[in-house]
Write a protein that binds this ligand. Structure first.
Ligand code: WT7
Length: 650
């Protein structure tokens, strides 16, 4: 961003008070903010007591060598014991931990007692394969229970895992295996995707031909689809042959709170992927606390469902570690939302009586596009809370989510965080906060965040700038795996002493925080910084628009010109005069400065496999350039479709 501050264009007047019943019984009430403000470290020390420690920590934060933090450094615990065994010991062995729903319709309920046996057997199996505490294990699996069991088995023996999303290529897998120097890969023959088996093992075989992967000595293979697989004797081992014959009891050993728990790679826009390192005690404290506070989980009665993939951080923190540390019952679904029909998710909510649902704006907008009648065909009355994560949620998508999924009675929590932050940082509290559609609003108790200008000074209410985190937090990344200098340069150098998240944000008149996307996505138009998110939200608030992606294209008059790619609702035909109407609509919502110069209706938008719009590619189209790297796109043919439709795009 330039010296100009981000224009604060959007205003949102709608407010939603917490439902009285939820507020009355909420896990966390307004006094948590006061307690944390009075003594932040004492507050986190208190939250650490939610966990079972073999040795209780006496130290909270060691910040003697910033920005390298140690939390609860003299405490010792076993993460898997906390997520599994202690619930069995507390008498909840018969409670379902995981309701697994396969894409073809197979299902399996796994109680905490069964999970304990499965994790124990898998831990023994890894030990038999020679895995020791500190060794890295790569996991490349679909969304099946074995993914969670494998993660917990690694945690149990102190072997940091590195999950690689099943949609990634052999190349991406190889890069991550090499960077983490993994010794074992856990995979499957394949998984079910859009009604058909989709192979995984061939990508592992190919990855292991790449230089630098020679240290991988075993590949543990789960049978899921029954597809034929190539087999390398001496290296490949079937999960059912090795794991099933192991003892069902395993004594968990305690590790230091700062023992590495996992590495997870974030792609970023440039350079080689960063291996984000998370450790044990602080991470588990924050994910358990935030899951309890933000989702108001009542483990006896709630059925929780996070629709993310375990290959993303959302899956790590809010499918595996947070919910299981809290003894939750949760749904795990293997497949896509529209297999075999567009109502599959809502059918699952109805089938299991899901009460707490956590998903992403991209999924919500896709459901909006499919039409209101789809969710209306299912009984969604069990729901009592809805969460959103991954990108800014446009106010209209927020309202649609509340109305059509939440029956206009259920609170929506928009949760801001990152792979690097490990856990939720900015979010309403469902029993406290008067929610504003589109805003993540306030830092959680114990979290210090603010918006600053170019010089690092906090901006006044009503202004925009950069989101920074001003105090260390328990689930913060500890470094970039093998590259402390890159950790310093990437996160701690732009504003000395503060963590810079890379996101633009503004504070509204009430001081609530609005996330405006990555700062690389901010446009400079005639001397004004304008957020792509705000223009997209204005477009989506028009009844004809289902989804929009906005980019700034180089322009001789205005530095950048706003170009919008839009998907019309219900596949509507482009009517004459619609583009003018949309431009006028944006001018009315945000002001004439934000009026797109061009609006181009398209059928699809290019998205990464985690659902984020790749504006970089749209900028290439808008500027009539050859396309950059498309390898992280979910569907690389999308760009051909867009270009074919727009011979006159530039
Ligand atoms: C980036 C982090 C956090 C788990 C999934 C993504 C964007 C995330 C929000 C939100 C606005 C959001 C930010 C952030 N983001 N949540 N509620 N409102 N933006 O993890 O892949 O590490 O991406 O996602 O730009 O920096 P990630």
């Amino acid at each position: 961003m330039s010296k100009e501050s981000l224009a604060n264009l959007m205003t949102e007047e709608r407010r939603f008070a917490p439902p009285a019943e939820l507020a009355a019984g909420a896990n966390v009430t307004a006094d948590a903010y006061e307690a944390a403000a009075a003594d932040r470290l004492a507050f986190w020390a208190e939250q650490a007591r939610r966990l079972s420690w073999e040795q209780e920590p006496t130290q909270t934060l060691d910040w003697s060598n910033p920005p390298f933090a140690k939390w609860f450094a003299d405490g010792r615990l076993n993460v898997a014991y906390n997520c599994v065994d202690r619930h069995v010991e507390a008498g909840h062995g018969d409670r379902v931990a995981i309701h697994f729903e396969g894409e073809p319709g197979d299902s399996r309920a796994i109680t905490y007692a069964e999970l304990q046996r499965e994790v124990s057997k898998a831990a023994h199996a890894l030990t038999e394969l020679g895995v020791e505490a500190g060794d890295r294990v790569a996991i490349y699996l679909p969304m099946i229970p074995e993914a969670i069991i494998a993660m917990l088995a690694c945690a149990r023996i102190g072997a940091p895992h590195s999950l690689v999303f099943g949609g990634f290529s052999a190349d991406a897998l190889a890069t991550r295996i090499v960077d983490a120097d993994a010794r074992i890969v856990i995979t499957s023959d394949g998984g079910w995707r859009r009604g058909a088996p989709s192979a995984l093992k061939p990508a592992v075989d190919e990855a292991l031909t790449r230089p630098g992967t020679e240290a991988v000595r075993s590949v543990l293979v789960v049978r899921r689809t029954g597809q034929d697989v190539a087999w390398r004797e001496g290296r490949d081992v079937w999960w059912h042959e090795l794991v099933d014959r192991q003892p069902e009891e395993h004594t968990p050993q305690a590790f230091d709170a700062e023992h590495p728990l996992f590495i997870l790679y974030t792609s970023g826009t440039t350079g080689k992927p960063k291996g984000i390192l998370h450790t044990s005690g602080g991470y588990l404290t924050q994910v358990a606390y935030t899951h309890h506070a933000v989702f108001d989980l009542k483990p006896e009665s709630d059925v929780y469902w996070c629709t993310a993939d375990v290959g993303w951080v959302t899956g790590h923190s809010y499918i595996v570690y947070g919910p299981l540390a809290n003894g939750a019952t949760e749904v795990v679904y293997e497949g896509t939302p529209n297999t075999p029909h567009n109502g599959r998710w809502w059918e699952i909510v109805q089938k299991y009586g899901v009460t707490l649902l956590y998903t992403a704006p991209t999924a919500i907008r896709t459901c909006m596009k499919w039409g209101d009648d789809v969710p209306a065909g299912f009984d969604l009355s069990s729901l009592r809370l809805l969460g959103s994560v991954g990108e800014p949620i446009n106010p209209e998508a927020w309202i649609w989510y509340r109305k059509h999924i939440g029956g206009d009675r259920v609170p929506v929590v928009d949760t801001w965080w990152q792979t690097e932050t490990g856990g939720i940082m900015i979010s309403p509290l469902p029993g406290v906060t008067h929610a504003k559609p589109g805003s993540a609003q306030v830092p959680l108790p114990g979290i210090s965040a603010t918006v600053v200008d170019d010089d690092g000074n906090e901006v006044a209410n009503g202004s925009g700038g950069y989101l920074t985190l001003t105090e260390p937090w328990p689930s913060m990344l500890r470094t970039i795996w093998g590259d402390d200098q890159r950790y310093l340069d990437t996160y701690w150098s732009r504003f000395p002493g503060r963590y810079f998240a890379g996101d633009g944000a503004k504070k509204d008149a009430d001081g609530d925080i609005w996330l405006l996307g990555r700062v690389d996505d901010v446009m400079l138009v005639s001397g004004h910084n304008i957020s792509t998110t705000e223009v997209e939200s204005a477009l989506v608030s028009h009844p004809r628009i289902a989804e929009a992606a906005v980019v700034g294209a180089t322009d001789p008059q205005t530095t950048q010109a706003i170009v919008a790619f839009v998907i019309l609702r219900g596949g509507a035909e482009e009517a004459p005069g619609l583009v003018d109407e949309l431009r006028a609509h944006v001018a009315k919502e945000l002001g004439p400065i934000a009026k797109p110069k061009k609006i181009l209706p398209v059928d699809e938008l290019p998205k990464t496999r985690s659902g984020k719009i790749m504006r970089r590619l749209l900028r290439d189209v808008a500027e009539n350039r050859e396309l950059g790297d498309v390898t992280t796109l979910t569907d690389s043919t999308v760009m051909d479709l867009i270009q074919a439709k727009l011979p006159s795009a530039a």
